[in-house]
Design a binder for this molecule. Structure first.
Ligand SMILES: CCCCCCCC/C=C\CCCCCCCCCCCCCC(=O)SCCNC(=O)CCNC(=O)[C@H](O)C(C)(C)COP(=O)(O)OP(=O)(O)OC[C@H]1O[C@@H](n2cnc3c(N)ncnc32)[C@H](O)[C@@H]1OP(=O)(O)O
Ligand SMILES: Cc1cc2nc3c(=O)[nH]c(=O)nc-3n(C[C@H](O)[C@H](O)[C@H](O)COP(=O)(O)OP(=O)(O)OC[C@H]3O[C@@H](n4cnc5c(N)ncnc54)[C@H](O)[C@@H]3O)c2cc1C
Length: 692
């Protein structure tokens, strides 16, 4: 890239106050960073990581050095080039899903084929029959057709039952007619639709013999395979600029009585009979929502790396950045000279940032739980057993909501913790935040999703409590955490915390009891208000949100604690258990996650009367103790995440700590610096490129 400003050569390198601050930090670690990285990735995935990273970093098409200077059109063209090169690499290297997930992560660019891989293909796999897979999935996997997932409309997104696009069965021709009766029925926001896709999975109200059977998925060809123009009676466009995600062509589409063969209704679960139009019911009414469940689970698995990325930038920068001399504890170099304090040594900075590290590790263990639950569900459902679906839907909805909200809040907290430089695109936070932000809205708005989780929790509570002998559920409590805490609460509703010193709060039993008691108390309270005091659902929505949040926080806490204690077949967990140094640092991180989470929502724990006010104060002291305990390991804990510099794309978070050199180097490449402007108000304004 061209430099438009020549930087004077007399300047001394980097920090004049101390040599290589990050190396000093790394020397403080109490554990082996490589060992922890191995726990996080596992041996096989770590090999994949390095293989794929090498390929991506050495390919000029994926070069990101110009990324912060691109406008929308340039960004979109760049994304297409990347997508095309990625398809070549997939073919050349025969990459499977495991490799592809690393490649997409390292590319870090939402692209026009994202919905094809992330939504279109999974829907065909999950909901297509064998014949439909042959017809659509095989060409989709070969990129002969490019698809998108068209569910949301201009007028309805959250309320899927309220979608207005119709698919009416026409027995005479054995076809469906896809139609958008109102402007508000226009599909909207659909990734890859604006310019790229030639096929769409359209979620439309299935109507046969005048009866509406609700939203179902249909495969619709939308563009000509040769000219790429929209097919007759179809109107398509890009929806325009957005907060972020501008490298993707989110689009709209309207249908005017478009005919498709009956074959194109994805029919693994429900079918329409030829001629009669008779509807064959699915084994579970919500199976047509299956893609959403899968993608929510995938989003939860991605949160840990999102938090890790934010924490890496902020922690490394805070170690390098120095401001003020601490009057009480001035920092001295070996030669006795006093230097300014690293901002990472300020307790407020630690309080803002260390919990983000802890959240990432917590999400790592819950991601494992989510993957296991989804795998178990897939296994059972392949033999017709859908009994796990309700549980899976409830936990994936609530956890998607909780963890992605946590992630966007934490990215912003980390950005602000970097002061003014956090506001620069070069921080690596700006595009990262903009592109991640829709995770709180898509695949279900984060507030709406909590209704689903709470509904399940209330239902379970009512089931258990309405039974003459609730203990009958005891045998299920091992597998079902909700039943377990409800039973515990029913047995001991006035349970009290036994902590008398700050360090008592490190006791995992005390921690677990706190979370169980709080969530059961909140559920009991809402059940009472709805069932006995006859409060409306709407009037309880804030409490509903609180219940889902409390339940999902409990899941995060429980998964972390279980991972530390329970013997496991899992390769990563065995490595963790076999290393006392790792176990020690992970225990501190777990304690910080648990106690910081409690402290943030202390009102709930006081209201449920599990904690007293003096205990709340002890708990806060223990949070401060943990910050001190974690401080020497902070940089190594983020190093263990192994987020490569090429992905961070951050002047502040780079591994070598050369913050200031990079800031000025990148600033010198700002194209505005290469333009000559005429500021004379009496002249017509003009801008031209400078000759270098
Ligand atoms: C070590 C490895 C390192 C690897 C590194 C990896 C790197 C990864 C890096 C980053 C990853 C980032 C993550 C990227 C993720 C992938 C990107 C995906 C791109 C996504 C693009 C966006 C696409 C979209 O947004 S598509 C549109 C989505 N829309 C929605 O989600 C709409 C939300 N609304 C609904 O789902 C529903 O309307 C509803 C659930 C709110 C309500 O539905 P309803 O009215 O029909 O139902 P009821 O409320 O009446 O409930 C009735 C009954 O049904 C149950 N129910 C509801 N839904 C479901 C369901 N889905 N499944 C099962 N059951 C369901 C409900 O609970 C009720 O049950 P009852 O028993 O109570 O009756
Ligand atoms: C970048 C991006 C990409 C997307 N890609 C796709 C795609 O590929 N395919 C696709 O089909 N969709 C896509 N979407 C759409 C997305 O799934 C929807 O926007 C999302 O599901 C939210 O629906 P909505 O827009 O209707 O929000 P609304 O439901 O209108 O929500 C607006 C507000 O109202 C509140 N609210 C609504 N109903 C209630 C209620 N009952 N109780 C309490 N509060 C309520 C919500 O909490 C929210 O705060 C994408 C969206 C974005 C931003």
């Amino acid at each position: 890239m061209v430099s438009y400003v020549k930087i004077p050569s007399h300047l001394k390198p980097s920090d004049p106050q101390g040599p290589d601050l990050l190396t000093q930090e790394r020397n403080l670690a109490s554990f082996d960073v490589k060992e922890l990285t191995l726990v996080l990735y596992g041996i096989k995935d770590l090999e994949r990581y390095h293989t794929i990273l090498k390929i991506i970093e050495n390919d000029p098409v994926f070069d990101k050095s110009n990324i912060y200077f691109m406008g929308r059109n340039e960004l979109f063209e760049h994304a297409i080039k990347k997508e095309k090169r990625l398809v070549q690499l997939i073919r050349e290297n025969k990459w499977k899903v495991e490799e592809l997930q690393f490649a997409e992560w390292f590319l870090d660019m939402p692209g026009p084929f994202g919905a094809h891989r992330g939504m279109f293909i999974p829907t065909l796999i999950g909901q297509g029959t064998k014949e439909q897979k042959e017809k659509f999935l095989v060409p989709a996997l070969n990129y002969q057709i490019i698809g998108c997932y068209a569910q949301t409309e201009l007028g309805h997104g959250s309320n899927v039952k309220g979608l207005e696009t119709t698919a009416i069965y026409i027995p005479e021709t054995d076809e469906f007619e896809i139609h958008s009766p109102y402007l508000t029925a226009s599909k909207w926001w659909v990734g890859g639709l604006g310019k790229t896709a030639n096929h769409a999975i359209v979620m439309a109200q299935l109507i046969s013999n005048g009866k509406n059977y609700g939203p179902h998925p249909f495969v619709v060809q939308i563009r000509d395979m040769k000219t790429h123009l929209p097919l007759p009676s179809i109107t398509i466009g890009d929806i325009g600029p957005k907060f972020g995600f501008n490298s993707t062509d989110n689009g709209f589409i309207l249908f005017e009585h478009v005919r498709i063969p009956r074959f194109n209704m994805l029919s693994k679960f429900s079918q329409i009979k030829k001629g009669t139009g008779e509807y064959i019911n699915p084994p579970n009414q919500k199976l047509s929502y299956g893609t959403m469940v899968l993608v929510r689970a995938i989003i939860i698995s991605g949160v840990r790396v999102t938090l890790a990325r934010a924490a890496t930038i902020a922690i490394r920068y805070s170690a390098v950045r120095r401001q003020f001399i601490d009057k009480d504890e001035p920092k001295k170099l070996e030669d006795g000279s006093i230097v300014e304090t690293s901002i990472l040594d300020y307790t407020m900075q630690q309080y803002r940032l260390f919990p983000v590290i802890a959240q990432s590790y917590a999400c790592f263990f819950t991601a494992k739980m989510m993957v296991n639950l989804y795998t178990e569900y897939t296994k059972q459902s392949s033999s017709g057993d859908y009994s796990l679906l309700a549980d899976l839907h409830a936990s994936s909805s609530g956890l998607k909501s909780l963890t992605t909200t946590m992630a966007v809040d934490s990215i912003e907290d980390c950005r602000r913790a970097c002061g003014g430089h956090g506001y620069s695109s070069f921080s690596g936070f700006v595009k990262f935040y903009q592109d991640y932000l829709p995770n709180t809205t898509w695949e279900g708005d984060n507030y709406i999703l909590t209704h689903q989780t709470a509904r399940y929790l209330l239902k379970t509570f009512r089931q258990v409590t309405s039974h003459k002998n609730p203990e009958i559920y005891a045998s299920q409590s091992n597998k079902n955490p909700t039943i377990s805490y409800i039973l515990q609460y029913l047995n001991e509703p006035n349970q009290k915390c036994t902590a008398i010193t700050p360090s008592d709060f490190n006791n995992h039993e005390i921690q677990l009891r706190a979370f169980k008691h709080r969530v059961a108390f909140l559920i009991a309270n809402v059940v009472d208000q709805i069932d006995n005091q006859k409060k409306s659902w709407n009037s309880m929505l804030v409490e509903i949100n609180r219940i889902s949040r409390a339940h999902c926080q409990y899941l995060l806490v429980q998964n972390f604690i279980t991972a530390l204690h329970q013997p496991s077949e899992d390769e990563s967990l065995r490595m963790l258990h076999n290393s006392p140094a790792l176990k020690e640092v992970m225990t501190s991180i777990c304690n910080l996650f648990v106690l910081h989470t409690m402290e943030k929502d202390i009102g709930d724990f006081l209201e449920s009367e599990y904690l007293t006010t003096p205990q709340a104060r002890l708990l806060r002291i223990q949070v401060y103790n943990l910050l001190k305990e974690i401080r020497p390991n902070a940089v190594s804990l983020v190093d263990a995440f192994l987020i490569p510099d090429s992905l961070l794309c951050s002047a502040l978070g780079r591994y070598d700590g050369k913050v200031y050199e990079t800031m000025i180097d990148w600033a010198s490449k700002e194209p505005l610096n290469g333009m000559t402007l005429d500021f004379n108000p009496n002249n017509d304004t003009f801008i031209r490129k400078a000759k270098l």
